[in-house]
Design a binder for this molecule. Structure first.
Ligand SMILES: [Zn+2]
Length: 363
């Protein structure tokens, strides 16, 4: 399960035991929505040091279907990935405007894009689908409110999230898969506190924090996080969903968050935006077309060891897929190097010095 090994203030280094192996915390997961981290083979992904990915069980249940993945021997075999696999329940996707018909107390009614039919995704369905997919960690179905909704409406979704969390625990059959709860509450401190207390009391294997990093201000996001964490048990792993900004990750770890996922590093890579310890660099123009240095001096990734900025800019200009692969490798290695520096700083009780130094240099 989860064990805290080192602490520095509220920040921790720990070990999360999954059925596929042990993962050190804090960690960052790239997104493999449809069963693949875009543009990377599992070998290339493994070489970045990334230990866990998150796939989307709702999207996979539409195609190729969770029964097919089960009969294939589970998601790890299907993807040829022996690291950790989380699955999101699909609340975020099914509840998005592309799919959503309505949300009722029964579940999320969505339009199947392949058949055009209306279907229901219930909390029990989400548990069953994730058990069939065979991920290491399943997330409960939640009713994620927009932080822009009126408070009364957010309160309804918080209560529904709690009712669904209880139904999810009752539906769980696979004892080797971990099930994480998710608290909600928009940016309202009292709702966040109520939700954190409720989710914490239900006996989940891990504790998610949902509905943040979706357009609210940073100040409100961290205020909501600060209203949540005091009510989460310290001996369980805390997962802040959807956070991928390097600066925000450092701040969230310093508050006691252990894991993160986001499309940001991979999506940015595909747009020619490269993460470095000096900040982000955009390779949209020809500024670097005669620059024979690596993307980041001192980076030990495959891209930086073997290629120059000039070649990378060329690949982007002529739309060669290798450019997307090289950028994705670098950005994920950057995230992993950041995580490794964070872990080392916590072990040495120097996280807060690291945080200040990182913020000073990261532009
Ligand atoms: Zn690199």
């Amino acid at each position: 399960m989860f064990k805290v090994l080192f602490e520095d203030g509220d920040a921790r280094v720990g070990e999360l035991t999954l059925r596929s192996g042990v993962v050190k915390t804090p960690f960052f997961m790239p997104v493999s929505t449809k069963g693949s981290v875009k543009n990377l083979s599992p070998e290339q992904l493994r070489e970045t040091g990334i230990e866990c990915v998150i796939a989307n069980s709702f999207v996979l249940s539409l195609r190729p279907g969770s029964e097919l993945i089960k009969s294939h021997g589970g998601i790890h075999k299907f993807m040829n990935w022996d690291g950790g696999v989380f699955t999101d329940s699909g609340g975020f996707q099914a509840g998005s405007k592309d799919f959503l018909e309505e949300i009722t107390d029964d579940g999320i009614v969505f339009k199947n894009p392949y058949t055009g039919k209306k279907e229901l995704l219930s909390p029990e369905d989400a548990v069953r689908i994730q058990e069939e997919i065979g991920s290491d960690v399943a997330m409960v179905l939640d009713d994620m409110p927009s932080p822009l909704w009126p408070k009364k409406k957010i309160e309804v979704s918080v209560e529904r999230t709690h009712a669904w969390a209880k139904r999810s625990i009752a539906a769980k059959k696979d004892n080797k898969q971990l099930l994480f709860g998710i608290s909600q509450g928009g940016t309202h401190k009292d709702l966040r506190e109520r939700s954190a207390k409720t989710i914490n009391s239900l006996g989940f294997d891990g504790l998610g924090i949902g509905g943040l990093a979706i357009g609210e201000t940073k100040k409100n996001m961290f205020a909501a996080l600060d209203a949540t964490l005091p009510f989460y048990d310290k001996d369980r792993v805390r997962y802040m969903m959807g956070l991928g900004s390097p600066l925000d990750i450092v701040d969230a770890v310093s508050r006691g968050v252990d894991c993160f996922d986001s499309v940001l590093p991979t999506k940015s890579a595909r747009r020619g935006t490269i993460f470095t310890f000096g900040g982000v660099v955009h390779y949209k123009n020809n500024k670097y077309s005669k620059d024979f240095a690596p993307l980041e001096e001192g980076c030990d990734c495959y891209t930086c060891k073997n290629y120059t900025k000039a070649y990378f800019v060329h690949l982007l200009r002529v739309h060669e897929n290798l450019g997307l692969t090289l950028a994705t490798i670098h950005n994920l290695r950057f995230m992993q190097r950041l995580i490794e520096k964070i872990r080392d700083s916590i072990k040495q009780k120097k996280l807060f010095e690291f945080r200040d130094e990182f913020k000073k240099n990261y532009k």
